[in-house]
Design a protein around this ligand. Structure first.
Ligand code: IMP
Length: 428
């Protein structure tokens, strides 16, 4: 059963969009399974630059069916906008499938996300403000609206009356803000239904059919393992399972279908939003990485926090995803740095910490222990052959393999599809 998952190994923004575009050649389906339009995947190829928030990154390939699984929360306005933008650029989106079990991000979820962040004050999580967290809260509270609900107008009216009254209660009583009109929300849902009706489908069956035919299916992770609701740096996480476990639940497939799990790691670390980041560099070096890497959020434009590669956190990502291969991106950003450093352990109060701690305070207060690697002075940008990489860059990649306990089979040396070094084909 040839499903292959592409998972962010760090705090998101590892370059999964480019990797998915690269891997799509022999793939017929690309399926998102978690997150919402908090994600921002950039793809740069012969057709130009694309920034996707909901649309699976493989949509540009004509043979690919893009799928949005039940584990994704979808803001219909954002999806409709992406569909229209792609159509305007001549991309065929007619094969898109949106799960009838996927939850809708309602306008009140977006408002609640923003009000909750204000309420947290100094402890704000730095969410993307897109309503993702509150939509997942409603899903777990069994008060969500699903795309399938939109197919039955009468049933929808009843569900919406319940769901929106609940949201209005919180908005007016807890946040003392203006309630939403249930009638207007209902009309809005009908407009969304009219636009999205051709795409709503029982996608688990479609995925199953593709897998049964022996076609390769990519499971497109969003965010990264360290933002996973359970395995990330809780509470500074997103509200879904971005690690590989989320792929089965978020698409309705069994683990036996997953033939490979590929973890994408940036050659350094970045993080956007609040929360611990042991290797963060609040100095000129951090600034240099940010500027060289253009590290500004695709979704919010916020400057990303930057630092050295964190081998401890990344090794944890290898373990919880049981990675079969690693992919290292943005190696070229480190061209000319000397030394290049990798965190190989954490110390707290002068004592070594074991593994990647669950406690926020330990992560905030620990000191990274670094191993220095000699830098390389010839550019790696755009290289496509392993043998052309400077010896020091090869040593750096091999060092990361050893530290995280996973082979690096693909190295990305630039944003374009062809700027990739393949050491071992990932999809047979
Ligand atoms: P939320 O997912 O909008 O609730 O935000 C929760 C945390 O996850 C915040 O720190 C966000 O900055 C972070 N986050 C969410 N999506 C992404 C992403 O795609 N890349 C990087 N960080 C993200």
């Amino acid at each position: 059963m040839p499903a292959y998952a592409v998972i962010g190994g760090q705090w998101g923004d590892e370059g999964k969009g480019k990797v998915i575009d690269y891997l799509c050649e022999n793939v017929t389906m690309v399926a998102r399974y978690s997150g919402g339009n908090n994600a921002g995947h950039t793809v740069l190829n012969a057709s130009g630059e694309f920034k996707f928030h909901l649309m699976p990154s493989g949509v540009i390939w004509p043979q690919v069916t893009p799928v949005i699984g039940n584990g994704v929360v979808v803001d219909p306005d954002v999806l409709i906008q992406e569909i229209n933008d792609l159509r305007a650029r001549g991309i065929d989106v007619s094969k898109l499938q949106v799960s009838d079990r996927a939850h809708v991000i309602m306008p009140y979820h977006v408002r609640m996300d923003q009000l909750e962040e204000i309420g947290r004050g100094q402890d704000a999580l730095g969410t993307t403000g897109r309503g993702v967290g509150p939509a997942y809260v409603d899903r777990v509270a069994r008060s969500g609206i699903r795309f399938g609900d939109m197919l039955d107008a009468e049933g929808l009216r009843d569900r919406l009356a319940l769901a929106a009254s609940r949201a209005n209660n919180t908005i007016t009583k807890v946040h003392e803000a203006e309630p939403f009109s249930i009638d207007e929300l209902f009309e809005q849902c009908l407009r969304w239904r009219d636009e999205l009706l051709p795409f709503i489908a029982p996608v688990e069956e479609r995925v199953r059919e593709a897998l049964s035919r022996g076609e390769n299916v990519l499971l497109e992770g969003a965010q990264g393992t360290l933002l996973d609701l359970d395995h990330g740096t809780y509470p500074y996480v997103t509200s879904s399972h971005s690690s590989v476990g989320g792929a089965c639940a978020g698409l309705g497939i069994g683990p036996r279908s997953v033939a490979g799990v590929f973890g994408v790691f940036k050659a350094y670390t970045s993080r956007v939003g609040a929360g611990p980041m042991p290797t963060e560099l609040n100095d000129d070096m951090g600034e240099l990485i940010r500027e060289r890497g253009g590290e500004y959020g695709t979704t919010t434009g916020r400057p990303r926090r930057c630092g050295w590669f964190d081998g401890v956190a990344s090794r944890y990502g290898v373990i919880v995803n049981d990675l079969t291969a690693g992919i290292l991106t943005r190696l070229d950003v480190l061209d000319g740095f000397d030394p290049v450093r990798v965190c190989v352990g954490y110390e707290l109060d002068g004592k070594p910490l074991e593994g990647f701690p669950a406690q926020t305070r330990a992560l905030e207060q620990c000191k990274p222990v670094y191993r220095n690697f000699a830098g390389w002075h010839k550019p790696t940008a755009g290289l496509t052959n392993w043998d052309d990489l400077p010896a020091e860059a090869q040593t750096y990649v091999r060092g990361i393999e050893e530290i995280i306990g996973c082979s690096i089979d693909l190295v990305s040396t630039g944003p374009h599809r062809h700027e990739t070094i393949c050491r071992k084909p990932l999809i047979p």
